[in-house]
Design a binder for this molecule. Structure first.
Ligand code: NAD
Length: 356
């Protein structure tokens, strides 16, 4: 049976980098016989221009009916003055909500080739291989809030964090299973010395971990974890944490690899999952053909691994990206003297040559 991929390029460089990733998927399909088919749908500012909505119902329906979604990026200055509910970025939030995407996965892998772009010293960062598992649909981002009220004669605002046991169990189970496919270690990050939700989080994951005797669980407070990511990132395998802490830690960890043009991500749901680079639509370089396609190509590899169980095909893509970098090819975001300069198309062609 054909596997349907909804391709949602979005705005700006989204169109350029998803085109590269689809070329790579097509080549992989020819070798691994995955029988992939593609349906393109608009989102973001492009969709707003077409039909007045950043996330048309047809895009949602197509996404839901597909086996996986390859997403580019949305946004751009052109839509700065559009009313907030119709801004391009609403497309991402709308897809998360409609598809029930409850896990955000961010792999952070720093090879010796990328280590020189890291702000950390090569000996500290080389060999880092972390999977950040962030809870995506609960916690303080989705709790009740008050923008402004008068309390005891002064104005205040508040946001409410709540987590239920089933919510923590679901994300914890995901992290444990992920660790089983890696180095069997989970670090749960919370602020249990202060927050009640963190204490419930810690109790729940500790209990759940009893069912995973082959996975080692440890606990870090979020402030210490932020520090340890910079001091000794190689100590981590899987990190699991709440929506708020995950938002911050995953951006900190993304810096370790040196360029956001290299960082893929996945948002996993109970039905269809979505794969996208961590960067935005980069309006400053859109249309110039110089965007780094690697983050999106690596997101396509995650799509094969997590939605289609095609591990060998995913490995082949990741290896091809590594080998292309090792050959010295660099897009302008990573280019330094002595390397071979590539634009988006050249980089894609070189990666295609390494796929076997
Ligand atoms: P950005 O990630 O688009 O760009 C930040 C910087 O990184 C820019 O200098 C850009 O040129 C560079 N960059 C990003 N991706 C690159 C790539 N693949 N190759 C080479 N260079 C790359 O962030 P921003 O400028 O803050 O945001 C631009 C727009 O994207 C905004 O409208 C923002 O809301 C949106 N955005 C969308 C998403 C998403 O769709 N998921 C995520 C983040 C930002």
């Amino acid at each position: 049976m054909s596997k349907k991929i909804a391709v949602i390029p979005g705005d700006g460089i989204g169109k350029e980098i998803t085109a590269s990733a689809v070329e790579v998927l097509k080549k992989i399909d020819g070798i691994y016989h995955l029988d992939l088919s593609y349906e393109y749908r608009p989102a973001g500012g492009t969709a707003y221009d077409l039909c007045g909505s950043p996330l048309p119902q047809d895009t949602i329906d197509t996404a839901k009916a597909s086996d996986a979604i390859l997403f580019g990026a949305v946004g751009g200055n052109k839509w700065d003055n559009v009313e907030p509910s119709k801004r391009p970025e609403q497309a991402v939030l709308g897809l998360r909500k409609n598809l029930g995407l409850y896990v955000n996965l961010r792999p952070v892998k720093v090879s010796s080739v990328l280590a020189e772009y890291s702000p950390l010293k090569p000996d500290i960062v080389t060999g880092t291989d972390i999977m950040i598992v962030r809870e995506l649909v609960g916690g303080i981002y989705f709790g009740d809030r008050c923008e402004s009220e008068i309390h005891n004669g002064v104005e205040r605002a508040w946001d409410l964090e709540n987590y239920s046991v089933p919510e923590v169990e679901r994300i914890s189970r995901f992290a444990m299973e992920a660790a089983r496919k890696r180095r069997h270690k989970v670090t749960s990050v919370d602020k249990a010395n202060v927050l009640a939700t963190s204490r419930l989080w810690r109790r729940t994951i500790t209990k759940l971990a009893e069912g995973y005797p082959d996975v080692a669980l440890n606990h870090f407070y979020v402030d210490n974890c932020a520090m340890q990511l910079a001091l000794n990132p190689k100590q981590f395998d899987v990190i699991v944490t709440s929506n708020l802490f995950g938002d911050i830690l995953s951006d900190e960890a993304a810096v370790l690899g040196g360029s956001i043009g290299m960082m893929p991500s996945a948002s996993i749901g109970e039905m269809t999952s979505l794969y996208e680079p961590i960067h935005g639509s980069a309006p400053d370089i859109a249309g110039k053909g110089i965007a780094n396609p690697c983050a999106t190509i690596l997101s396509a590899a995650m799509l094969l691994r997590y939605s289609l169980d095609a591990d060998a095909a995913a490995d082949a893509i990741e290896r091809a990206v590594d080998e292309t970098l090792a050959d010295g090819w660099r897009t302008p975001d990573l280019y330094k003297e002595g390397f071979k300069k590539a634009n988006t198309d050249t980089m894609t062609e070189e990666i295609l040559k390494h796929i076997r």
